[in-house]
Design a protein around this ligand. Sequence first.
Ligand code: ZN
Length: 142
Amino acid sequence: MSFGVETYTVEFSTSGKDEVKDLTKKVEEKIDESEVDDGICLIFAPHATGVLVLNENEKGIREDYLNGLYDIVPEDSEWKHDRIDNNAHSHLKSAIVGTDRAIPVTNGSLDLGTWQNIFFIETDGPRTRRKLILKLIGEVSS
Ligand code: ZN
């Protein structure tokens, strides 16, 4: 066994103003390409108005993610940043929930729970150039 660091990018677009996008399969394709067998997969979305979550992919809860975020950060408040580009609520959702997750990798697969999927939540779409950066760090199969 030896130690390795690999970097992958998952590119995607979003079609709605708000959208819950399941990127689990696209991330797992990169994990399959990777030679890291045992380690950590850091997933990072380099976007100030995106949200990254690990959770269930069910129609109702997907709408609840958007509605719950709206309840926490209403769009019609007197946000100061809205004077610039009218998307303060998007920045606040991103700042509160975050844009990174670390997932253990064992035997070349993500250790996701049965009901965990990898979602990018768009809060300021539609956007054509969104991406996730993956850093895989760990023992590489020989
Ligand atoms: Zn802004």
